[in-house]
Design a protein around this ligand. Structure first.
Ligand SMILES: NC(=O)c1ccc[n+]([C@@H]2O[C@H](COP(=O)([O-])OP(=O)(O)OC[C@H]3O[C@@H](n4cnc5c(N)ncnc54)[C@H](O)[C@@H]3O)[C@@H](O)[C@H]2O)c1
Length: 256
């Protein structure tokens, strides 16, 4: 594959929600740096296509069905990945979903879905993966939160709560797992051009335009913009970084 950097050589990695969008770019980048990548998603056909593309470019990848809302599914996926690719070294919690609406118009059914995918999903995958990493003596976990979790975002109250929850959870997990040489960090995208963003902005073109004007670097993020930060955090270059949160959002937020 293209990168020529091999700092992840032969490391087994799980990326959730990796069939498309940001997760796909992360999976592709980790494979380009030498990792053996499990492209995990509920969209199994699309995940298979992504894994095939990675293999076509010379990387190592398999597609694995993983529904992050189910602890059983996460545990089964971790077991399958270890059987097929070897000891798990890297977990990237990327799967996410949202529905844009004012909080007072939202329903508990929607909250449950948003929480199950965005917050509980991270807990399930960590619960399934961490015991394996402890046994292997090290590990790297990166969760994809959002700038919404740092500064809030109109129409995304419950989603923002989940993403803020991921940040606080990750800092605590980082403290608990430091003795096990497991690093836990968070990457926060800003508005990034994916199906998720296009979906929630479908009938709000003016909001999307205004959003782009408000970004100091004057464009939406591309999925590939996020991949480098994740690759750094899961690499030996970040052995001494844990409990950290970085925004990759064109300067939209400059949180202290
Ligand atoms: N696109 C943005 O503007 C933006 C901004 C901030 C944060 N994020 C976050 O980045 C991450 C990736 O988002 P994206 O924009 O690439 O979205 P996307 O919709 O393009 O991709 C999300 C992927 O997650 C998968 N997924 C959904 N539910 C799942 C489940 N229960 N189990 C396993 N996989 C599941 C989907 O099938 C899809 O492949 C999400 O966590 C999202 O919240 C995105």
């Amino acid at each position: 594959m293209a990168s020529g950097i091999t700092r992840l050589k032969d490391k087994t990695a799980i990326v959730t929600g990796a069939a498309q969008g940001i997760g796909r770019a992360i999976a592709t980048r980790l494979a380009a740096e030498g990792a053996k990548v499990a492209v995990c998603d509920i969209q199994t056909d699309v995940a298979k296509r992504t894994a095939d593309e990675i293999k076509g470019a010379g990387g190592a990848a398999i597609a694995v069905r993983l529904d992050v809302t189910s602890l059983e599914s996460a545990a089964a996926a971790v077991a399958q990945v270890e059987r097929e690719l070897g000891p798990l070294a890297i977990l990237v919690n990327n799967a996410g979903w949202d529905k844009l609406e004012p909080f007072i118009e939202s329903t508990p059914e929607t909250w449950d879905k948003v929480i199950a995918i965005n917050f509980r999903g991270v807990l399930n995958c960590c619960k399934a993966a961490v015991p394996r990493m402890i046994e292997h003596g090290s590990g790297k976990i990166v969760s994809i939160a959002s700038d919404a979790g740092r500064v809030g975002s109109l129409g995304e109250a419950v989603y923002s709560g989940c993403k803020g929850g991921i940040i606080a959870f990750s800092k605590t997990l980082a403290r608990e797992l430091a003795r096990n040489k497991i690093n836990v960090n968070v990457v926060c995208p800003g508005p990034t051009d994916t199906a998720l963003l296009r979906g929630v902005m479908e009938d709000r073109p003016k909001v999307l335009e205004a959003m782009q004007r408000g970004i100091p670097l004057r464009r939406l993020g591309k999925p590939e913009d996020l991949a480098g930060a994740v690759a750094f955090f899961v690499s030996p270059d970040a052995d001494y970084a844990t409990g950290q949160v970085i925004s990759i959002s064109g300067g939209l937020t400059m949180a202290g």
